[in-house]
Design a protein around this ligand. Structure first.
Ligand code: DP6
Length: 343
C-alpha cells in the first residue's frame, strides 16, 4: 500500500473502544488470515464496557511490545497485534516498532470476549499514533484483521458488518445502521460462574466449518436473519426481534453441537437463564437472550423491564453477577495519560 498523502505527526495516541454483542452471529470464515466472514452480522455496541489502549512508536524498540492488564501479551496475541500494526506501518511509511499498553474495563474472565474491543481500540489508537487519518470503514477493516468481531466496535448503535465479496477484504467492514437512540434497549450480561471457555471462537468456528453437518444451512439462515433483523429493528418490532435474535443464537449453538467432536459451551445455568427469560417474556416483559461462545447469557430488554428482569436473573444459582449496560457510541481517541507504554 502507498503511504497516505494525509499524514499527521507520529507520536503517542490512546483510544477507548467498547465491546459489542452480536444479534446475528459471525460463526464461519471464508478467509481466516484476514478474518473474512461467510455471512454478514448485526450487533449492538455497548457503552462503558471495553478496552483502553495506548500506542507509542519508538525509535529504540527492536520489536513491538505490549502489556494487557499489566501482563505481557502472549505470542498468539502478539501475532494478531503485529498483523494490524504492520498494515498501519505500510500505510504510514514508518518502520518504527511500538510500545503498547491495554486495559480492559470488561475482563475476559467476566465471561465476555475482550478481543472485539481490544482490536478496535488498537486500530483506532495505532492509526493515530502513526499519523494516519482514517475513516470508520478503514478502521473497521483494520480492526477486523485482528479479530472479526472487532470490525463492529468502531461504530456505535446498531451496526451491520457486511460480509463482502472481494478476496482482499476491501468490502468487508461494519457501519452503523441505526443510532443507539433509535431504539434504546438495555443489555444485561448474566455472567455464569466457573472457568473461562475451553475452545476459542477462532478455533470453534473453524471446527464447525469443517466438521458440522449443519454448517451450510447455518450460513443460509444467517443471510436470511440479517435482512429480517434489520427490518425488525427499523420497525421496533420486539416480538420479531426476539424470535430472530434467540433463533440465530440457538442455531449457532446447534451447528456447534452437530460437529464431530461436538462443541458445547453451555452449562446448566445457561439453560436456567434461557428458561427464566422465556418465562418473563410470557408474563409480558420485553426481553430476549443471546449467547456467544461461552456459558454466560446476554439479555436485551426494554428500559422499563431491565430492573425486574435483572433481579430475577441475579437469583439464579450459578449466576455470579448481572451487569447492566446500554447501547452506546463506538471507538474514539482519548487523551493519552503520562507514563511510557513500555512493556
Ligand atoms: C460467538 O471475533 O472472537 O462472539 O475473528 O477469530 O477473532 P476471530 O473471532 P471472534 O468471534 C466472535 C464469535 C461470536 C459471535 C460474534 O461476535 O459475532
Amino acid at each position: 500500500m502507498k503511504p497516505s498523502p494525509n499524514l499527521g505527526p507520529i507520536g503517542r495516541a490512546a483510544a477507548f473502544a467498547p465491546s459489542n454483542i452480536a444479534l446475528t452471529k459471525y460463526w464461519g470464515k471464508r478467509n481466516s488470515r484476514i478474518n473474512l466472514p461467510l455471512s454478514s452480522s448485526i450487533s449492538v455496541t455497548l457503552s462503558e464496557l471495553g478496552s483502553f489502549t495506548i500506542v507509542e512508536p519508538q525509535a529504540d524498540l527492536r520489536q513491538d511490545v505490549m502489556l494487557v492488564d499489566d501482563k505481557p501479551l502472549d505470542d498468539a496475541g502478539l501475532v494478531k497485534v503485529r498483523r494490524v500494526l504492520d498494515e498501519i506501518r505500510a500505510m504510514s511509511g514508518s518502520s518504527l516498532y511500538a510500545g503498547l499498553r491495554s486495559v480492559n474495563t470488561v475482563a475476559a474472565a467476566q465471561g465476555m470476549a475482550s478481543s472485539a474491543s481490544a482490536f478496535a481500540a488498537l486500530a483506532t489508537a495505532a492509526s493515530a499514533a502513526y499519523g494516519l487519518r482514517l475513516d470508520s470503514a478503514a478502521l473497521s477493516r483494520l480492526a477486523r484483521t485482528g479479530s472479526g468481531s472487532a470490525s463492529r466496535s468502531i461504530d456505535g448503535g446498531y451496526v451491520l458488518w457486511q460480509r463482502g465479496e472481494k478476496d482482499d477484504g476491501s468490502d468487508s467492514f461494519a457501519t452503523q445502521r441505526f443510532a443507539a437512540d433509535h431504539w434504546p434497549m438495555r443489555i444485561l450480561i448474566a455472567h455464569a460462574s466457573g472457568g473461562r471457555k475451553s475452545v476459542s471462537s477462532t478455533l470453534g468456528m473453524a471446527q464447525s466449518k469443517t466438521d458440522s453437518l449443519l454448517f451450510r444451512s447455518w450460513i443460509e439462515r444467517c443471510d436470511h436473519d440479517v435482512v429480517a433483523l434489520e427490518n425488525a429493528i427499523e420497525n421496533k418490532d420486539f416480538s420479531t426481534f426476539a424470535d430472530l435474535v434467540e433463533g440465530n443464537a440457538l442455531a449457532m449453538h446447534g451447528t456447534m453441537l452437530a460437529g464431530q467432536p461436538a462443541l458445547l459451551y453451555w452449562r446448566p445455568v445457561t439453560l436456567a437463564v434461557i428458561a427464566a427469560v422465556r418465562e418473563l417474556r410470557k408474563d409480558g416483559a420485553e426481553c430476549c437472550f443471546t449467547i456467544d461462545a461461552g456459558a454466560s447469557v446476554v439479555i436485551l430488554c426494554s428500559p422499563q423491564d431491565a430492573r425486574p428482569v435483572s433481579e430475577v436473573l441475579s437469583e439464579i444459582d450459578g449466576i455470579e453477577q448481572v451487569i447492566q449496560t446500554r447501547i452506546g457510541p463506538g471507538a474514539r481517541l482519548v487523551e493519552a495519560p503520562g507514563g511510557l507504554p513500555h512493556a
